[in-house]
Design a protein around this ligand. Sequence first.
Ligand code: ADP
Ligand code: MG
Length: 384
Amino acid sequence: MTLTPLQLAAAFTERFGAEPSGIWSAPGRVNLIGEHTDYNDGFVLPFAINHSTMVAARPRADRSVRVCSTLTPDDVVLSDLDALTPGSVKGWAAYPLGVLWAMERAGYSTPGLDLLVDSSVPVGAGLSSSAAIECAVAVAANDLSESNLSLTELVAIGQLAENEMVGAPTGIMDQSASLLGEAGHAVFLDCRSRESRLVPLDLEGAGLELLVMDTRVSHSHATGGYAARRRSCELGAELMGVAALRDLSVGDLAEAAGVLDEETFRRVRHIVTENARVQDAVDVLSGKGPAALGKLMATSHASMRDDFEISCAELDTAVDTAVSAGAIGARMTGGGFGGAAIALVRSADSAAVTDAVARAFAEAGFTAPVIFPVLPASGAGRVA
Ligand code: ADP
Ligand code: MG
């Protein structure tokens, strides 16, 4: 659903019998370039999008939490915040409750809370609805508990919640984009130092649009391929004698080819070249502007398809068709094995690209994709 803040406040009051103390919001994100580089201590370039998750919240006098979402019919009631442990919460409530657990674990005390969540971030499409719900709850709990955690501390809280309570071994990219993003900018993030810098990404000013092409193929980070890719990267770093693949440069690849088995080498080559592409993309955006990103997007997609092997037929079809129909560049985004691809298009070509991709999916017998434009938007905060 997509409620307005006023509608969400009214729904909260109906559900809990009292008005919310406030409403907080956190966006989903698109990663412009830099895939699977985050857990290799590398670089990523995501931006916060104009689709977000809102949470209406009110502190309680006791230590219990009631949380419900317009996405699911059931309220989840927790009688005692102190009884929260990893593994104790199943399903979607692990995200909001995990954030409260992580805050307590980091030494901050949060009051019991009533929470109502509503989101316009498509779930499981690679746009990080998970970080959006975590960060919305994190900024709400931060304000209501007067903990004064910084945005980068909240990034760590969200990651801890997702790693420990949800059990997904993810990095800091999604929470960083959701918390640190700004309208008209991407977030250049060094996942080792955790330093970030805003980079101009004025799509509208350049007459461009970024289309998200959700393939509707569901992905699950907690299983299989994602964990296997992480293991390959760890093995590659170990065999090359570096702390993380971040420490290898393109010039080291010739040596790596002699040291690593064929598959591990290709995994490593993706990470090393992708890190270089992210830095090149930052230079391009600061210089020529977004219309010059096409080639980097193309080489990034080819690297994910051929070297890292995380694409799928639907993602390849979306990317190839978009480019044939006039897109400046296109690539899969997110963890892979499904989810979404993005296409950078001139606004005038947007409808033609959308139609061509929809037609190609129909011809291939795939489930119809969901295609929509996104803009770089501002990060999490209080909205009412
Ligand atoms: P992605 O982050 O790419 O959307 P994930 O699998 O990481 O996909 O996270 C999706 C999960 O996050 C959902 O299955 C659900 O458990 C939880 N979630 C996200 N948004 C909401 C919401 N508005 N209400 C309830 N649960 C949500
Ligand atoms: Mg996620």
